[in-house]
Design a protein around this ligand. Structure first.
Ligand SMILES: Nc1ncnc2c1ncn2[C@@H]1O[C@H](COP(=O)(O)OP(=O)(O)O)[C@@H](O)[C@H]1O
Ligand SMILES: [Mg+2]
Length: 300
């Protein structure tokens, strides 16, 4: 039986959450945390603890390894629940809804803030495909592989949050960040449609100018290059058709050796899409030159 994130989250009580947190902290020392370690951390009596653990296994929040010593590890779903719980406890989320999107390296859920506004909750799944591949080829995964997946996902959430904090002070063309926890980042939900699905704009030239403005601000005011910009990471926000640039975790600082190449690629991909789809042409070299020599950027 498959449960939704919101349903499972609501079904948990304080003991369940304490157990999940104990497993999480135990994972710094064990691949599978022995029951006696969980018992010691939670001080929940053995019989009750085992019942609770059975229940958490049934809900797919932890998985069990049998052996000389029975041990438990968190599943991705268990980790999602802990991240969600932390955001709820900090008063940032009132309710969580369905998964609304599956990205290259993330799952996006919708959530509601305490004041009722719509939020996007992005769970990073870095290495998801290679992880699955490994699982297919070998019945086990090493501790190192788990930690790499987790550490990289956590780092991405932290980086995306940080970039959005700095950018959103300077431009309204990025989603406002709300918070992050573990491998999850919580941001404003952008009502609209991805640029790659958009074949008509009222004013494509102004829209393109908006994107170039963000690239300029990121480079000259924050000192970063997006590094994965394309029509897939731009949302056409309703109703005023403003561009919103998303998906920032891979940004690089402008003094990074590859930064200029990435900047060129970002501008080139966007330029190509606008030429192909809207017949709006820009001189990529000219735009790069203007950005890197700190003049203001515009197609007009
Ligand atoms: N703040 C948001 N508001 C609305 N939709 C979003 C938001 N962030 C992401 N999405 C949707 O989820 C998809 C994947 O998100 P993205 O940040 O690009 O992650 P990935 O690295 O997995 O590509 C996007 O293409 C977009 O459709
Ligand atoms: Mg993306």
């Amino acid at each position: 039986m498959k449960y939704s994130l919101g349903e499972v989250y609501k079904s948990l009580d304080d003991d369940d959450k304490r157990i999940l947190l104990a497993v999480e902290s135990g994972l710094s020392g064990y691949l599978y945390v022995p029951v006696r370690v969980i018992a010691k951390k939670t001080r929940i009596p053995a019989k009750k603890l085992n019942e609770r653990l059975d229940n958490l296994v049934a809900k797919r929040l932890v998985s069990r390894r049998l052996g000389a010593e029975v041990g438990y590890t968190l599943t991705t779903f268990g980790l999602d629940v802990l991240a969600l719980d932390s955001l709820v406890n900090r008063g940032l989320i009132q309710a969580v809804g369905d998964r609304v999107n599956v990205g290259k390296e993330s799952d996006i859920y919708e959530a509601i803030s305490p004041s009722g506004s719509r939020l996007a909750l992005k769970f990073y799944r870095i290495g998801r495909t290679s992880f699955r591949q490994t699982a297919r080829l070998r019945p086990y995964i090493t501790e190192r592989e788990i930690h790499t997946w987790l550490d990289e996902s956590k780092l991405s959430a932290q980086r995306e949050f940080k970039a959005l904090v700095e950018l959103s002070r300077l431009t309204e063309y990025v989603p406002k960040p709300v918070g992050y926890s573990r491998h999850a980042v919580l941001i404003e939900y952008v009502e609209g449609q991805e640029l790659y699905r958009t074949k008509m704009l009222n004013n494509p030239k102004a829209f393109l100018d908006g994107i170039l403005q963000v690239i300029d601000v990121a480079y000259n005011k924050v000192g970063i290059v997006h590094g994965d910009l394309s029509e897939y990471n731009v949302i056409v926000a309703y109703p005023d058709e403003k561009p919103v640039i998303i998906d920032w975790p891979q940004y690089v600082y402008k003094d990074y050796p590859m930064a200029l190449r990435l900047l060129e690629r970002d501008v080139k991909y966007i330029a190509r899409y606008f030429e192909k789809t809207f017949k709006v042409k820009i001189d990529v070299d000219e735009v790069i030159k203007r950005i890197t020599t700190k003049e203001s950027v515009s197609t007009s």
